[in-house]
Write a protein of this length. Structure first.
Length: 229
């Protein structure tokens, strides 16, 4: 806001003051212009009719340094957000439980039912599958503390759904669990060649039918080698 004030009477012995006030950040800027007594003859008095104070809005412009600093900060924030978004798109987190193939695919009583029930549920909801079985996964090389405790070949249940993997760990019990990141699904589910063979028991005494060999093929990543009986 600019305020212009002018005295109603100017004489040689008096000075008319004009004050300009402009906001500068948190304070105010004042400019005083004095009409020196030498402007008018000593014997002359000049009367100026009283004028109301005039006010008008003036645009406020930041100093060059402050404006540049804010612009640089805004650009840096934008770059940071973009970089973060690119990182999120590039890398994805995967969770898994792992055990030896004999336990996961041939011995565990409820694993097959749990897997097919979840697959059916996803189909009814038109939900994209986010869980897979990986035989001899390559990502195990990142976990020496796990591999030294595993019988081979090993099978991992992998998913992007962390809470569900936690549930499966509690449900299956005799499994190990961890997580890792990968830049693509192909990298996350990559596997090493392995042969899966299970001996058929001479006599099956459980109250449920014996798992059919190869039931797990529905959960292998696309392009994985099918099991050979």
């Amino acid at each position: 806001m600019v305020v212009l004030a002018m005295s109603s009477m100017i004489t040689p012995s008096s000075v008319a003051a004009m004050a300009v006030r402009m906001p500068t950040g948190g304070g105010s800027f004042q400019f005083h212009h004095h009409l020196e007594s030498s402007v008018f003859p000593s014997s002359v008095g000049v009367r100026i009719p009283s004028l109301p104070s005039l006010s008008f809005s003036a645009p406020f412009t930041l100093g060059r340094d402050a404006s540049s600093s804010r612009t640089a900060a805004a650009v840096a924030a934008d770059v940071s957000e973009v970089s973060s978004g690119e990182q999120e798109q590039k890398s994805k987190k995967y969770y898994f439980v792992v055990a030896n193939a004999k336990f996961m695919l041939d011995e565990e009583e409820h694993f097959k039912e749990l897997m097919f029930e979840r697959l059916r549920n996803y189909g009814e909801r038109n939900k994209e599958q986010d869980f897979w079985l990986v035989i001899e996964p390559k990502f195990l090389d990142k976990f020496p503390d796990i591999t030294k405790r595993l019988k081979r070949p090993a099978v991992a249940l992998v998913s992007t759904n962390g809470p569900w993997i936690t549930f499966m760990k509690l449900r299956l019990d005799r499994v190990l669990s961890e997580s890792y990141e990968a830049d693509s699904l192909e990298e996350a589910l990559a596997s090493n060649p392995a042969e899966i063979e299970f001996e058929r028991p001479e006599k099956w005494v459980a109250p449920y039918p014996k798992y059919e060999y190869g039931w797990w093929e529905s959960f292998l990543p696309a392009g994985s080698q099918k099991a050979q009986a």
